[in-house]
Design a protein around this ligand. Structure first.
Ligand SMILES: [Zn+2]
Length: 110
């Protein structure tokens, strides 16, 4: 398990207890200075409201999308070298499978 910072200032974290609230409430901007790669399934993003940086990954095999809160854009770039399986060991993370609403995974373990 890779434990990452709780993004306590972010509305996406604060609203974690309200079911499905995350579904239409994303407000991300790309972080231009840190290009992850040519792979569009891996992107470092910044929350447009609070500036929290997230590493985004879509995993086609399992029809899964995840957002992992990271310490900095540079840290997001470091996650770019990790495999999908390693990224799925990161907590907390926002996760959606089969286009279901996003929810936080691993909150009880950190
Ligand atoms: Zn935020």
């Amino acid at each position: 398990m890779i434990k990452l910072p709780k993004p306590i200032q972010c509305h996406l974290w604060r609203e974690k207890m309200e079911e499905n609230v995350l579904e239409n409430d994303f407000d991300f901007e790309p972080v231009d200075d840190f290009k992850n790669s040519e792979d569009p399934s891996r992107v470092t993003l910044k929350c447009g409201r609070c500036g929290q940086i997230y590493f985004y990954k879509s995993i086609k095999d399992t029809n899964c999308e995840i957002y992992i809160p990271v310490f900095s854009a540079k840290h997001g770039l470091e996650l770019n070298s990790k495999s999908s399986q390693e990224l799925l060991n990161c907590i907390p993370r926002l996760e959606s499978i089969d286009d279901k609403p996003f929810h936080w995974v691993g909150v009880g373990l950190i």
